[in-house]
Design a binder for this molecule. Structure first.
Ligand code: CO
Length: 564
């Protein structure tokens, strides 16, 4: 699932390896008893005012109340989704659908209401805005942005969209069952048309796709993405080819081969990893779901993840748990001062994904990490892992293989899967290609970038849930996450010379605390770009990711980086 921003709130949300977000509940009295800052705007059951409350103070207090309620509604929605994915009985779908629709409509109504608009207008006036604290200024900005966006979409458009997305999702499920893209094509055509209309309604400067990108990554544009992806493509395609041609292949004898890893033990190991990462089980929990995700109901006070298991392949639960754990540390790490302000969440999908990828790839797929954790894993699976060395394990968890399916992709091929989708989305929105030609276009690009041709639409153009509900502009944030992760980890290593040896001895808390302080604490008070600049000294730069890939895979596959 994903961030419920103003304009995406009505869209059904993809549930694959992403962060499910919405917002925060919990009574204020509870909050005050849990050590949240007092005397601020949070908790005033019987307010005491020294002197006369100014108009600005009064309006700001009212706005905070409204924003808190919007967060509560979002939290209720997220709770409904979380339950649906983890515990809800199979026959209860209709009831849940009605509940979630009502919550979503109520939220949209509240967000676009005149009374909220008036409060925002007053507080946005320069002379009033200047009197506000930095947090209050950020609240006004964020809710103002969401209000303006939501107002641009007429309610009949939202209803039409929501209906088409539901039908689209059903058609996609049927098309997958029949392995037949044509069943889904008419719905997808409608969804593309609606997305074009949405771009027009929201407005854009240069490219209609910019308006859609902004729903997931504030301020991101085609003009910024194109050169980034060009640079990546130029290096990744030859790197992949060199790896495929390399005679070095990891020995995967402890995956499959009749080896079984009990789910209970895998679950316990996942819990152990989360604890080592600093996940707070008093403010969160882990459950099992088909598609792993992270969600929160009142961050940073209730943040939950789900994971999944394969009985014959440990990599599934380890990867999913650490990935979602990274998302969860972000939400748990937001300052408690931001609770119920509309700001207690990750600043963008790309930055959020960077936190999950950093833990999943840079940390939990590194050799130092397994120096410490392989012996721990062996304690739980002594027979299955008998004779497996750290080198062998490290090689296997970094096995690079071009494959059809994005969610199974390794670090090297992953961004190629994203580029393909980005290019198709952009051209669909531009009207340069047609939905009916997608299977052909998809397969051609797969051959070009990954050197493989999907054996079916099921393993090709029909594989992702995103388009079934019309989520265009989402995919690029996955790639941004990979790039930000490499850039941020590079800075972390410089600022913490001990980092590698800490990881090697299983001490993960210093890294978590560094991320808390530098990335998580500010929540949505700063944009992804501002955070990157403040922490790493520059805006998004794909060089760090390519350096990271070449260093790691150059060594693993004995390759030399060609000069470009
Ligand atoms: Co994710």
């Amino acid at each position: 699932m994903t961030t419920m921003t103003a304009s995406t709130a009505f869209k059904a949300i993809p549930l694959q390896n992403t962060v499910a977000k919405t917002n925060r509940p919990i009574s204020l009295n509870f909050a005050s008893s849990k050590g949240l800052p007092k005397g601020d705007h949070f908790v005033r059951s019987s307010p005491i005012y020294f002197g006369k409350e100014s108009l600005v103070e009064k309006k700001m207090k009212q706005l905070r109340e409204q924003v808190g309620k919007l967060d509560d509604l979002g939290a209720a929605e997220a709770l409904g989704h979380w339950d649906m994915e983890t515990r809800m009985p199979s026959g209860s779908g209709e009831a849940r659908g009605a509940l979630l629709t009502t919550l979503s409509e109520t939220k949209h109504k509240k967000l676009t209401s005149k009374s909220l608009g008036n409060l925002i207008e007053v507080l946005q006036k320069k002379e009033n805005f200047q009197q506000l604290s930095p947090i209050d200024q950020a609240i006004v900005k964020e809710v103002g942005r969401n209000h303006t966006k939501a107002k641009k979409l007429p309610s009949n458009f939202v209803t039409e969209y929501s209906k088409t997305a539901t039908e689209g999702h059903e058609a996609w499920v049927k098309a997958r069952e029949a392995n037949d893209f044509e069943i889904f094509a008419p719905s997808l055509e409608k969804l593309v048309a609606l997305n074009r209309q949405e771009a027009k309604l929201l407005g854009y400067q240069e490219h209609p796709y910019d308006a859609l990108l902004d729903n997931f990554e504030e301020g991101m544009t085609v003009a910024q993405l194109d050169p980034i992806f060009d640079a990546l493509r130029k290096e990744i395609v030859p790197l992949l080819k060199a790896i495929v041609d390399s005679p070095i292949k990891p020995n995967t004898n402890f995956i499959g081969n009749g080896k079984k890893y009990g789910q209970k033990s895998q679950f316990r190991f996942s819990e152990y990893l989360l604890k080592k990462m600093g996940f707070d089980f008093k403010r969160g929990r882990m459950d099992v779901a088909i598609h792993p995700f992270t969600t929160s109901f009142g961050a940073p006070l209730d943040v939950r993840i789900t994971t999944r298991f394969k009985p014959d392949d440990l990599r599934e639960s380890i990867g999913s748990t650490v990935h979602e754990g990274g998302h969860a540390l972000y939400e748990q790490g937001v300052s408690p001062k931001l609770f119920r302000t509309g700001l207690a969440e990750g600043t963008s999908m790309g930055m959020h994904e960077s936190q999950s990828r950093l833990w999943e790839n840079q940390v939990a797929q590194s050799k130092p990490f397994w120096e410490h954790f392989l012996p721990q894993l062996k304690k739980r699976f002594p027979k299955q892992l008998d004779g497996v060395s750290v080198e062998q394990f490290y090689g296997v968890i970094n096995d690079v293989k071009p494959s059809f399916i994005r969610t199974d992709a390794d670090e090297v091929t992953y961004n190629l899967h994203i580029m393909l989708r980005y290019e198709i989305e952009k051209e669909l929105i531009e009207g340069r290609i047609e939905v009916k030609d997608l299977p052909k276009i998809w397969n051609k690009k797969m051959e070009e970038y990954l050197g493989v041709t999907p054996d079916s639409d099921l393993n090709g153009v029909l594989q992702d849930v995103h388009w079934s509900s019309g989520s265009f502009g989402y995919f690029p944030t996955y790639a941004l996450g990979n790039l930000y992760a490499a850039q941020i980890f590079n800075t972390a290593k410089k600022e913490m010379p001990e980092l590698e040896s800490q990881i090697e001895t299983g001490k993960l808390l210093p890294l978590k605390q560094w991320l808390n302080k530098n990335i998580h604490d500010v929540g949505k008070m700063e944009t992804a770009e501002t955070i990157a600049k403040r922490v790493t000294g520059e805006t998004l730069n794909p060089t760090y990711f390519m350096d990271y890939l070449w260093q790691k895979y150059g060594e693993l596959y004995n390759l030399k980086r060609p000069s470009l």
